[in-house]
Ligand binder design. Structure first.
Ligand code: ADP
Ligand code: MG
Length: 754
């Protein structure tokens, strides 16, 4: 039954040099017509917008085009990107990436670099090695080995005369880029068949003559982008910005000298267009130092202001006892310790701003519930904010469980509620008829008037300035942030300098640890056989597909494809799909249905990362596990093991290096988020570039926290020195530094401080 289907899947995967590509698009033919159409249309759109001059702006003519800079003209860093000649629609594209000023463009560093100076010697490349090759298309063929399947083979001739074969499966839209004679730069993994080299392409760029020097024959930066915005375009924009902006250094020369830092011009040119490795590493060192310097300056400046008046609670001991007495379990020592830290804060005049970190299931919510109870007992209202509606509902039912029996009135306020219901809840909140309100961030954004808000608990929120939020929250309640993202303490202290930190580093007793197994993708048969057995026992399973770099469309296609494959090989299972292109409401709906056991297996892109509880789910399968960061894998794994049954996590790895194996071994060997985070930091090589998305911390784009302790200390030392002599940065010599600091501060509240 099942086995036959799996074998089929395996056979085709094995007979195929590019399993990832096949997974993404191989089942395109199997998609229902409308889905096929949609997939194609979005893919074509992607190509069109990237390869054609963008259409004229649809905006009315009333909007006068700003003058663009004449060649050689200098522009201030705060000039809008529209001043830069980046071609039609250029400014709009940049804006859509959040790049509004020239400074934004200058500081949108590549998230990695590719060495395109010399091609690797094709005779020496190893199986599985990731390489970049450049060359001309000398042969192209298309074939259809079975109905509905399209294979495009391309032979690329490199300048030194070597040949590489690259193959695309079911991606008709790439064909236009692959015409004979086209110059391509391909990055991907090597497959060797004797002497011949094939490439599983992960990144494709066409190079036209004009931008030659920016995209080929040098070390080239690869930028965060999105559909319709090509790497070449971004390189050109960076190049123009570098030319236009006078790169006045905000660090006076003697400080640069003291800390061995290169000047700003060298650094910015070097991060975007390095002449060689040496310049790239100088650039890193300097720009990274700057990131920490501004972070430290900001923290020190805020420190002055940090003693905000908050609420002063009694947080009485007998109330704590009453709360604990009503719990069906005993708090762990870690929970108790953290609760003490919280109650100390609550009792003081200062506004609490505390981050509680702990793995999923470590009992953060229970502790927060106690804090909310204490606030209510002191006559205040409490609020709990969740990142999504479904999580808000989940928290709501948990809080009702904890607090309902203690005569606390808990209310829910989410967008999905009808207008009348909402209004009614808002009225009750305003009149103090509800003690604790659970909702999404809309709670504070929409006009919700609390009668007397004393404590705000924010779940899983590490994306934006808590400092800002702290001030904006009407009535200045104490603030508690809960996060399950495991971050080592040193890092947390740097990244969340404005928050006190509490860590719940102990799991409640009686949990059966999740069993984790790393397998090679050649053994997927067994993996899915196992999944099916669990489903037959009445359990549910998650299957998560790889994140595909720089391309949301492909990610969606990959998930769709995988769901279809699984429907074929697990015909008994009820399978559904969740992906990032769905609206929040659609996602919530799918999750609700999964929770209600309306289907057995949920195929998903990484959007399920944020913590929805499905206690009946016991298996998490992660495809292409080698493409995920460890923190992310750990988060994903945390989706299972939430009930009492033994749970499992299966990491399916495609081709990968030894180092990757080692990395994945960490996950296999531990379920402790902090152990994993530390090990991960240690394993990363120095200089490995981590993008913002990875660190999750705004303002630290280049941070390599495992190795940056010394730099952090130097930056802190300099920051202290600067402020000791000039607390408001008023000296004319510091005008650039001050300006830079102001413009790097996202928080409005903070800008007012200096
Ligand atoms: P988190 O918010 O950290 O994910 P929760 O507070 O939601 O964790 O707790 C996860 C589950 O464990 C809940 O079902 C909760 O009731 C239970 N729990 C919390 N603390 C304890 C404890 N000390 N002993 C036993 N079970 C606990
Ligand atoms: Mg939780």
């Amino acid at each position: 039954m099942v086995a036959g289907g799996v074998e089929k899947l395996l056979a085709s995967a094995l007979g195929n040099p590019f399993p990832q590509v096949r997974e993404i698009l191989g089942g395109y033919a199997g998609l229902e017509l409308p889905k096929r159409e949609a997939a194609l249309r979005s893919a074509l759109q992607l190509l069109e917008t990237s390869s054609q001059p963008a259409r004229r702006s649809a905006r009315p003519a009333a909007r006068i085009a700003p003058p663009t800079a004449a060649p050689g003209e200098r522009l201030p860093p705060d000039a809008e990107v529209s001043c830069l000649d980046t071609g039609p629609g250029g400014a709009r594209k940049l804006a859509s990436l959040g790049l509004h000023t020239l400074r934004d463009v200058l500081h949108a560093y590549p998230h990695r670099h590719e060495d395109r100076r010399a091609l690797p010697d094709l005779a020496e490349v190893e199986e599985g090695q990731k390489v970049t090759v450049e060359g001309r298309v000398v042969a192209k063929s298309r074939r259809s080995p079975r109905p509905g399947m399209l294979v495009i083979d391309v032979t690329l001739e490199t300048p030194s005369g070597g040949r590489v074969k690259a193959t695309w499966f079911n991606q008709p839209w790439v064909e236009r880029q692959l015409r004979e004679g086209a110059r391509l730069v391909l990055t991907g993994r090597v497959k060797r068949f004797g002497r011949s080299v094939q490439l599983g392409v992960e990144h494709l760029e066409t190079v036209d003559g004009a931008q030659d020097s920016l995209s080929t024959g040098r070390i080239v930066g690869v930028y965060d982008s999105k559909e319709g915005i090509s790497q070449e375009f971004l390189r050109r924009a960076a190049f123009r910005a570098l030319q236009a902006v006078p790169l006045d250094d905000y660090l006076p020369a003697h400080w640069r000298q003291k800390y061995g830092l290169t000047d700003l011009g060298d650094a910015l040119w070097g991060i975007h267009f390095p002449e060689d490795e040496a310049q790239l590493s100088r650039a890193h060192a300097r720009l990274r130092f700057d990131e920490y310097l501004f972070l430290e300056l900001r923290m020190l400046l805020q420190g002055e202001d940090a003693v905000l008046q908050g609420k002063r609670f009694e947080a009485r001991g007998d109330d704590i006892e009453r709360f604990e007495g009503a719990l069906p379990f005993r708090m762990t020592n870690a929970q108790r310790r953290v609760l003490l830290e919280i109650t100390d804060d609550m009792r003081s005049e200062r506004q609490m701003a505390r981050l509680v970190q702990g793995d999923v299931g470590s009992g953060k919510t229970a502790v927060a519930a106690c804090a909310l109870y204490l606030a209510v007992r002191d006559g205040y209202q409490g609020a709990l904010m969740a990142p999504t509606e479904i999580l808000a509902r989940q928290h709501y039912s948990n809080l009702v469980g904890y607090l309902g029996q203690l005569d606390v009135r808990v209310g829910l306020l989410i967008g999905a509620m009808g207008a009348r219901q909402k209004l009614e809840m808002q009225t009750r909140i305003a009149q103090g008829e509800v003690d604790v309100v659970v909702g999404t961030q809309a709670l504070i954004q929409e006009n919700v008037q609390f009668d007397n808000l004393g404590l705000a608990v924010i779940d899983e929120e590490h994306r934006f300035g808590v400092q800002q939020r702290r001030k904006l929250l009407a009535g200045r309640p104490d603030v508690l942030v809960m996060s399950a993202t495991p971050i080592p303490r040193s890092l947390a202290l740097t990244a969340y300098g404005d928050l006190e930190l509490s860590i719940i580093d102990e799991m409640p007793p009686g949990r059966t640890p999740i069993e984790t197994k790393l397998i090679q993708d050649t053994h997927r048969t067994q993996a899915y056989g196992f999944v099916m057995r669990q489903i037959r026992e009445g359990r549910q399973a998650f299957v998560v597909t790889a994140l595909i770099e720089e391309n949301e469309n492909l990610e969606l296609l990959a998930a769709t494809q995988l769901a279809d494959d699984l429907k074929t090989i697990l015909p008994e299972a009820r399978i559904d799909l969740l992906h990032g292109r769905m609206s929040a409401a659609e996602k919530d709906h799918v999750m609700e249905r999964f929770r209600a056991r309306e289907f057995d297996l949920l195929v998903s892109t990484t959007v399920i990362e944020v913590g929805v509880d499905v206690p009946n789910a016991t298996v998490m399968v992660i495809e292409n596990a080698e493409r995920f960061g460890l923190a992310q894998l750990h988060q994903l794994r945390g989706r299972v093991g939430r009930g009492s049954a033994q749970s499992y996590c299966v990491l399916i790895a495609g081709e990968h290096s030894k180092k990757t194996r080692q990395r994945l071994g960490i996950i296999e060997g531990s379920t402790d988020g902090f152990v994993i985070a530390e090990a991960d930091l240690k394993l990363r090589g120095p200089g490995e570039i981590r993008g913002t998305r990875q660190s999750g911390i705004p303002d630290l784009r280049l941070a390599d926290l495992a190795n940056d302790t010394a730099i952090i200390e130097q930056a802190r030392e300099l920051a202290k020195h600067i402020l000791a002599h000039d607390p408001r940065l008023e000296h004319p010599r510091l005008q650039y530094l001050r300006a830079e600091l102001q413009s790097r501060s996202h928080s409005v509240a903070f800008r007012e401080v200096i």
